[in-house]
Design a protein around this ligand. Structure first.
Ligand code: ADE
Length: 246
């Protein structure tokens, strides 16, 4: 998996991705990162990449030319002949979620376009963008943090990036249920003890407990997710009684 990021702040992308699990994945060669500075594709003395909006109004708009040349440069570097998906980060996009991450993780190359100022000239978006993606209903100053959020989420689904492939699969959202609570040593802390079932060594009981805790937690914290979850009749009864208590 190779991430190509078109940005005015390449260091912001590189610095964040070099840390922690994504950093390790880059060093190990599981993922590749190329942050390309759009400003390098300006063709004027002052390397300007923005201008006033036609029709007037507040703020500046990123020009089509530098963005297009930056994209062409990336496209030429991808030698597999396939057109990559080009993701434009914008609050006007489809809201990113785990199942979109799973789809993106299948790609060999992903291109992210990070906007700044009041936006990007519509004409270049029409030419190069395949996917409009938002990370939530709020407005950030630029697309870098959203691109980082997406790359982090996608990276951990790439084979080899996490130590165990199971953990990526069994976690929150994989079946529209939240993850059950976790405990580690010491067994007793302040006036709180670890649930005894976790010490029982009974695998069947453990699995039942994990499942029940996931259902309870989802009902209490994210009941909206339950519409898509597959629950047994008994679990539906449990959810009903929990929600009636609320
Ligand atoms: N750019 C600014 N705000 C954004 C958001 N919420 N999601 C994606 N890109 C953005």
């Amino acid at each position: 998996m190779k991430f190509h990021v078109m940005t005015l702040f390449p260091e912001m992308i590189e610095n964040a991705m070099q840390e922690s699990i994504t950093g390790r994945a880059i060093k190990a060669g599981h993922i590749e990162l190329s942050a390309v500075n759009i400003r390098d594709f300006a063709e004027n003395k002052h390397n300007r990449v923005d201008d006033y909006p036609y029709g007037g109004g507040a703020g500046m708009v990123m020009q089509a030319g530098p963005v297009y040349r930056c994209y062409k440069n990336i496209e030429e570097s991808i030698k597999d002949g396939k057109n990559p998906r080009v993701i434009y980060l914008t609050p006007q996009g489809k809201t990113f979620n785990q199942s979109m991450a799973k789809e993106y993780a299948k790609e060999e190359n992903l291109v992210f376009l990070c906007g700044h100022y009041e936006g990007i000239d519509e004409r270049v978006l029409e030419m190069i963008v395949t996917d409009y993606v938002s990370i939530g209903d709020y407005v950030l100053t630029g697309g870098e943090l959203p691109a980082l959020v997406m790359m982090d989420t996608i990276s951990r689904l790439v084979p080899g990036v996490l130590n165990n492939d199971i953990s990526a699969e069994t976690e929150s959202f994989s079946d529209n249920l939240l993850e059950y609570p976790q405990y580690t040593r010491p067994e007793h802390w302040m006036d709180k003890s670890v649930p005894p079932v976790l010490l029982s060594g009974n695998h069947k009981k453990l699995a039942e407990w994990y499942r029940e805790q996931s259902v309870i937690r989802t009902a209490l914290r994210r009941p909206d997710l339950l519409e898509k979850a597959e629950l047994t009749d008994k679990e539906r009864e449990l959810v009903k009684s929990l929600l009636a208590e609320e």
